[in-house]
Design a protein around this ligand. Sequence first.
Ligand code: SF4
Length: 499
Amino acid sequence: MVIKMPMCGIVGMIGAKDASREALLALTTLQHRGQDAAGILTLSSEGVHRVRNTGLVESVFNRENMEELVGDLGLGHTRYSTAGRGTLAEVQPMILTFPFGIGMIHNGNIVNSDELAQELKSTRRQLLTHSDTEVLLNLFAQALTTENNEHLSFETFCKAVKTLHEKAIGSYSIAAVIADHGLVAFRDPHGIRPIVWGTKVDATAPGGIAHMVASETVALEFNGYELKRDIAPGELLYIDVDGGVQTKVLIQKQARPCMFEWIYFASPESVIDKIPVYGARINLGKKLAVLIKERMKAQGLEADVVVPVPDTARIAAISLSEELGVPYRELLIKNRYIKRTFILDNQDKRQKAVNMKLSPVKSEFVGKRVILVDDSIVRGTTSKKIIELVRNAGATKVYFVSTCPPIKHPCFYGIDFPNQKELIAYGRTDAEIEKELGADAVIYQDIEGLRESIRDAGEGIAKDFLPCMACLDGKYPTDVSTSQRMIERRATDRKGGQA
Ligand code: SF4
């Protein structure tokens, strides 16, 4: 699928002997969450150390600049930009030197960022970028300052984060380091974006335990941390420089984690909110197979082979093939040296990337009736191209199936499909979508099947588990009345960024 994600990967740690090396490893495992830029910040008795730049993790860091990153308190970020203009100044971690020396990283999107920026300006805080992270950082610092404490306590952090929860609308998983104090991490009251917390024994750490927070469990595991738990929606975690740990849920609202994490974003080995991503994708394939069977029976359709659109759809395609009793074959070969197309920032670039990215195994497609499995259909650009590719390779029928139900509404929480008119499922019937894509059939997962697939992959998950599915059903977990201004600003930012 082709969507532009504002996803980011975040990692924060305290107590680790070699924080920057661990951050580097973590960012490498989180690279799929953002490929525009990367940065690591550490704090030591010598001060603040930061390396950041645009590009992939492997291109931003080298032996020399890693040596600058000393200290056992750190943050790492890999970025995909939605808010802002994509300038170096917007690359995270961001820093404020006064009044306390704060570094911050953020994954998510603030719907009312413009309004909050105006509010900050009215208090003479000058913002340097169009990034919503800078807005959050300043809000946080301002809330800490009003406490007027020389030494910040857990209660002070609680008050500051609660103020932020009350003012900021949208999705945010955040980690911040505060000089001479420690690490704080918190999650928006609906827990839309993920953040996990892990620990490991480290004799050099205060209290003998090092802590890491990260977007996904895969980052913890790579660094030898054991998952302690997810940070709960609305919760604050504070680990001080002496190894003391305090947590508090500051605002309790219904948990609404983004369903797209399980469908597409997250790494398959990760576990989010106690639900394994791999298991959810297996379930998605099984549920979708039931719907395919019904449709095939009703219309007398037959298939010879199940083919995944690489990479994300592979797992669901395997269980789908097993359920249908139709052989699974990987017949679209991906050129691994081309970046994921959603990362490219305009339609023309995406189109060219699609043309270059997949090669069909023609000998296997000739004369076959093919079920092509993808994780989702957003604009339809890629799907159309792939269907054409498969037909040109000799397939006699192409049935395109999606593990995600039709995407009909914009996302204001970080995924870059805010323009509803660009969505292929918006205002079109199934028959019109089939015609538009050039498929013999298009079969989507249904909303209940999606919800159950995710829920049932975890143990002991509440029956009424309800992820955010607003882009499917239009039921947004937060107020989105200021979203129009956000969309307009983004359009302006893009023009500015491209100029
Ligand atoms: S609107 Fe869709 S993509 Fe956005 S957070 Fe909700 S489920 Fe995720």
